[in-house]
Write a protein that binds this ligand. Structure first.
Ligand SMILES: Nc1ncnc2c1ncn2[C@@H]1O[C@H](COP(=O)(O)OP(=O)(O)OP(=O)(O)O)[C@@H](O)[C@H]1O
Ligand SMILES: [Mg+2]
Length: 774
């Protein structure tokens, strides 16, 4: 066929005779931007990020599938496009640089060492391998400049079509591209860390000198690379209805490995022409068979099934191409895997073949063809193996390389390991559209532990303010160990917070947020929870009266207090005002006057927890609200400094049970972004929480939700609200302590964490009395 013939010619003659080691790199030249030339053929490679394919339900999978088909249909005809999955041994040095916590030469360094040890062991235990997905494009052009122009356009198309799948595209420059080959040919050598293409050229070296192994020998059934053994195998036959998990299952095999799907699309015209030719061929065969039967006077014989089937399939193919937006393409799937010994290599080959046969695929060794096989499996943009199979777009789409999405922000906070990909989950909340979050789960599922772990990780990696509202007093050991400040709020303590504290930034010259806050406070104080419109008006008026002098004085002088507010109420003519004053009495002139004084809490440290346990359970909600307002006031004060502030509110549902309090919280929730702050709400009572419409809105707009094990009814509510599919729902059903599902931006990522118990950090975070530090 024309496409294949043309492609074979373009490969040139050199494939016939292996010459030097340099032939292992069939590239003549490479530009700094990563575009490589071989004869007239140019290639470039991009890395693509993974998408959540395995976690998707059938409908979503179908959507992915259609989009992946669209992507395949954008591959230019008569050029090879390669989709490659590279399994590489984790490069610990690179990982350390990207993810590990940097030593600061302070007293927290021992904890950083603990965390880094844990990260390193978790990363290695998972599989010890990283998986990368690459796409290599090729084109025939006259010059690098022409090729660059062509690839720029292609890259744009590629980005557009992969973005609809949720996959990001990153072009590889020369150093990144050559590193892939270096890591393969010279496993374990670090010289590439210093590899600089420009420098190399200046010194008159060929880049190949840096990449090629000392020894490269092609045996009939394996390849000797340095002191390692490799083998190229390929997909020989596979069923018409191929499992979409084949490539995923193959890449799960924990060995250094390249799996490359070489696709050579055929132009529509050529394809139709080819199929018509095939149909004609079948017709001729049938006619020949019939005349033979006639000659034998075998008049009643019916056409053999195999002919009919061939005819049927070819007709269907034609209709797919002409009517169903399918393209025809040649496909060759080549795999090269590496082992330390020949025995190991044989064993691995057998195992990979077994993975194939489970999916009804026959994988064969490229006997006497190892050199071409190897080249076809590397992301070089060349496919000389020559074992092509004709497929349509949708059949190619079943060879999807996607598995599961990961979150790996540089020096992000550790949240656990993704059990599907085995990779660490490292997240920087400030990279999300809004940085507020919720942590939800049944009692004992590990909610507070998630918050404490986050606090510890932030304290070790970032110079940010961390503030905790702690109704159980359980964050104290951690906060103390991090040399933070614990402020105990109770009616007996001499520590006071004044709810009327207000700096000019608090509401930017308005008093409505404070009025909103006072209504919330009354709601929590009064037994019949709902405030009447009259009551609201009175509270609003008195808030204004209390504050007006202070505000007009430029927020200077004596700060008004709850006493002033109380006397304002008493001065009002309405009976409702007197009733409100009476309710307020207990908190002013009565026995719980802790919130009626000027603030004397001095926040000296950047890690602070407010322990409100001793306020007594019935006053927790009030304590929470007052402290929260105090914190917000402080955050707004820091606006200029651009410092990040993380606020953790345990038992947040206490506020959502009250309409005004929920609205006040929502107002803060929306505002904190402006002030570089991130709020985290923690609660076990999902159904209580979601009785509030405000809470629902907040939850469905949260970019980060950590869901641990859920009670059955809560699980259904959450699944409904967040549109979880069945696979995702399973992750929060009978989940182990510390495991569950995270919503990160628009994706759902499963996580598990089993924090090592033999660490100081664990002892600071656990609530189990025997293991705890204090
Ligand atoms: N990721 C983890 N790794 C190891 N142990 C954990 C992990 N998460 C939780 N634990 C253990 O489980 C205990 C209970 O967890 P935690 O206090 O966080 O639960 P909770 O959901 O906050 O419960 P409650 O609703 O009662 O507040 C912890 O004290 C700790 O010992
Ligand atoms: Mg807890």
């Amino acid at each position: 066929m024309k496409t294949l013939k043309k492609y074979k010619n373009s490969l040139g003659r050199e494939w016939k005779i292996p010459r030097t080691i340099q032939a292992a790199m069939p590239i003549d030249a490479i530009d700094e931007n990563g575009i490589a030339r071989r004869g007239n053929t140019f290639s470039m490679t991009v890395a693509i990020s993974d998408v959540n394919y395995l976690m998707a339900d059938d409908t979503t999978k179908e959507m992915y599938f259609r989009k992946y088909c669209d992507f395949i249909n954008t591959m230019p005809p008569d050029q090879v496009t390669q989709v490659t999955i590279v399994n590489r041994v984790i490069d610990m040095a690179a990982m350390q640089e990207r993810l590990f916590y940097q030593m600061q030469h302070d007293e927290r360094d021992p904890y950083r060492e603990e965390v880094n040890r844990m990260l390193s062991s978790k990363a290695q235990k998972a599989s010890g391998f990283v998986r990368e997905r690459l796409i290599t494009l090729t084109t025939e052009q006259k010059s690098f400049a022409d090729a660059e122009r062509y690839f720029r356009r292609q890259l744009n198309d590629l980005e557009v079509s992969l973005r609809t799948l949720g996959s990001r595209v990153t072009p590889l420059d020369a150093t990144a591209r050559l590193k892939i080959f270096h890591d393969f040919y010279r496993t374990g050598e670090e010289s590439i860390e210093h590899f600089d293409l420009k420098e190399t050229m200046k010194n008159g070296h060929s880049f190949k000198d840096y990449l090629c192994p000392d020894k490269l020998k092609f045996e009939p059934n394996h390849i000797l690379i340095g002191n390692k053994f490799a083998r190229t195998i390929f997909l020989l036959t596979w069923p018409n209805f191929l499992s979409d998990e084949l490539i995923s299952n193959l890449s799960d095999f924990s060995r250094q490995m390249f799996i490359t799907i070489n696709v050579l699309p055929v132009t529509q015209a050529d394809a139709v022409h080819e199929i018509e030719k095939r149909l004609l061929g079948i017709d001729t065969n049938i006619a020949r068979w019939q005349s033979k039967q006639n000659a034998n006077k075998n008049w009643s014989a019916s056409i053999p099934f195999s002919y009919e089937q061939q005819q049927q399939e070819t007709k269907e193919l034609l209709s797919d191409l002409t009517e169903h937006d399918q393209h025809m393409m040649f496909v060759c799937v080549a795999i090269t895997h590496v082992a330390d010994t020949l025995e190991q290599l044989d064993d691995d080959t057998a195992q990979i073949k077994a993975i194939g046969s489970k999916k009804m695929c026959y994988i064969a060794t490229a006997t006497n063809n190892q050199r071409m096989g190897l080249t076809s499996s590397l992301p070089l943009g060349v496919s000389p193996l020559g074992i092509w199979r004709t497929l349509t777009t949708s059949a190619v789409a079943f060879l999807t390389p996607f598995q599961a999405q990961d979150v790996e922000d540089e020096h992000g906070v550790y949240y656990g390991v993704n059990p599907i990909s085995g990779n660490l989950i490292m997240l920087d909340r400030f990279k999300l559209q809004n940085s507020n979050s919720f942590i939800l789960g049944v009692p004992g599922s590990g909610k507070s532990f998630v918050a404490k772990r986050e606090i510890a990780m932030i304290a070790l990696s970032d110079d940010a303010d961390i503030i905790v509202i702690d109704p159980e007093g359980e964050y104290t050991p951690l906060i103390r160990a991090l040399e933070g400040q614990v402020v105990e709020i109770s009616d007996a303590s001499k520590k006071h917070i004044n709810p009327f504290d207000m700096n000019p930034e608090y509401d930017e010259g308005n008093y409505s947020l404070k009025s909103n806050f006072m209504m919330s406070l009354f709601e929590l104080i009064s037994r019949d929870r709902r405030l009447s419109p009259t009551q609201k008006s009175i509270i609003d008026r008195c808030t204004k009266n209390t504050l007006v002098g202070y505000m007009n004085n430029g927020y200077r002088g004596n700060v008004p207090t709850l006493y002033d507010f109380y006397y304002q109420l008493k001065e009002q003519s309405e009976q409702e005002a007197q009733d409100l004053a009476l309710e307020m009495e207990y908190f002013t002139t009565g026995s719980l006057s802790t919130f009626a004084h000027e603030t004397n809490v001095d926040i000296k440290r950047n890690i602070v927890s407010f322990d409100i346990q001793k306020l007594g359970r019935q006053l927790h909600a009030i304590g929470l609200l007052v402290v929260l307002d105090f914190i917000f006031n402080r955050i707004t004060e820091n606006r200029e400094s651009k410092r990040k502030t993380y606020v953790f509110i345990d038992e947040i549902y206490l506020l959502f049970m009250y309409e005004n309090a929920a609205e006040y919280l929502y107002a803060l929730w929306k505002r904190v972004r402006k002030y570089n702050a991130a709020l985290t709400g923690i609660t076990q009572n999902v159904s209580d929480l979601l009785e509030s419409n405000t809470a629902k809105t907040m939850l469905s707009n949260s970019e980060l939700i950590v869901m641990l094990n859920q009670a059955p009814s809560d699980r259904d509510i959450l699944a409904d609200l967040l549109q979880l599919n069945a696979v995702e729902k399973i992750k929060i059903t009978d989940a182990d302590v510390g495991s569950g599902l995270m919503k990160v931006g628009g994706s759902y990522i499963p996580f598990k964490d089993d924090f090592p118990r033999d660490t100081e950090l664990y002892r600071m975070m656990t609530t189990k009395p025997k293991e705890a530090m204090y």
